[in-house]
Design a protein around this ligand. Structure first.
Ligand SMILES: [Fe+2]
Ligand SMILES: [Fe+2]
Length: 290
């Protein structure tokens, strides 16, 4: 077999290598000797290496994305950075559910034609069902929303309350924030964010939450525009006040997140990447000014 894509020394990003030339199937051989075949496996959603049981050992390194590995009778989630070893004679299969899955497979000895016969007609075992932790968090949010709604209600009413009433209301609010909202946030940091991060590391999308802030700012801006689209005496002061307070809070927090958590990463780009980004941000003014 001589379908190896190079006979020379090779160094490239795996994703570029995988799309360099059309592959005959989901796996292309990048090295083959009498002892070993090394495969670059490139799976799009719905594509798979169906369950089969070759008489060959397999070492699998997940390079990009995430998917599922069948080894023996168990389906395991695999993500970029994972390694798997499957011994000869053990049923194995690999599939991609969404995104793109890139993996390097080292097979020894090189498999023969019989080794690719699908096992059990290519059918995967049933996966056990499990509850969705997102439902738990959503339910907690619904429980917290009453207290959150009270925040803006109090903001609107604060001017009209006498000193004692205001103190009582503020103390109740602090009780809600310290007793319910912040413990919820702490549990998310301890349990939920690390789990989300495992997926984001493999799939990307870590900045989507920042774009979501931008959408919220756009929505608040258009809501504010609506309050201004009436004759001045008809303008709803409470609505305008609430929207301005929300805009100020969202934009302030958003800038903090960008400057403390996102922008420092740009320093890790290469010099050429930083220069190109600066030029794009300045929209070419730099070149015009010399
Ligand atoms: Fe939350
Ligand atoms: Fe921004």
């Amino acid at each position: 077999m001589t379908e190896s894509i190079t006979d020379r020394a090779l160094a490239a990003r795996a994703s570029e290598l995988a799309s360099a030339e059309p592959a005959p199937g989901p796996a292309r051989t990048i090295l083959q000797t009498a002892q070993v075949r090394v495969l670059l496996i490139d799976l799009e959603p719905g594509r798979e290496l169906p369950p089969h049981r070759p008489e060959a050992d397999l070492v699998l390194a997940i390079l990009e994305g995430m998917g599922q590995l069948l080894a023996d009778d168990r389906i395991r989630p695999v993500r970029a950075g994972d390694l798997a070893v499957v011994r000869a004679g053990v049923v194995r299969g690999l599939r991609c559910l969404d995104g793109r899955l890139l993996a390097l497979g080292v097979v020894t000895p090189p498999p023969g034609p019989d080794d690719h016969r699908t096992f059990n007609g290519g059918a995967w075992p049933e996966e056990p069902t499990a509850d969705d932790p997102a439902d738990v968090i959503r339910a907690e949010h619904r429980g917290l929303m009453t207290g959150v709604a009270d925040l803006s209600r109090l903001a609107g009413a604060a001017g009209a309350l006498d000193a004692d009433q205001l103190r009582t209301e503020v103390e109740t609010t602090i009780g809600f924030l310290q007793g319910e909202l912040l413990p919820h946030a702490a549990a998310e940091e301890r349990l939920v964010y690390p789990a989300v991060e495992r997926v984001l590391r493999a799939r990307g999308g870590a900045t989507n939450s920042m774009a979501l802030d931008h959408r919220r700012i756009e929505k608040l801006t258009s809501d504010l525009e609506q309050t201004a689209m009436v004759p001045s005496e008809g303008m709803n002061r409470e609505d305008a006040k609430r929207l301005l307070q929300a805009l100020s809070a969202v934009v302030g927090l958003h800038f903090d997140k960008e400057e403390e958590d996102y922008l420092p990463h740009l320093g890790r780009l290469g010099a050429a990447e930083r220069q190109a980004l600066v030029a794009a941000l300045r929209g070419g003014h730099e070149t015009e000014e010399g």
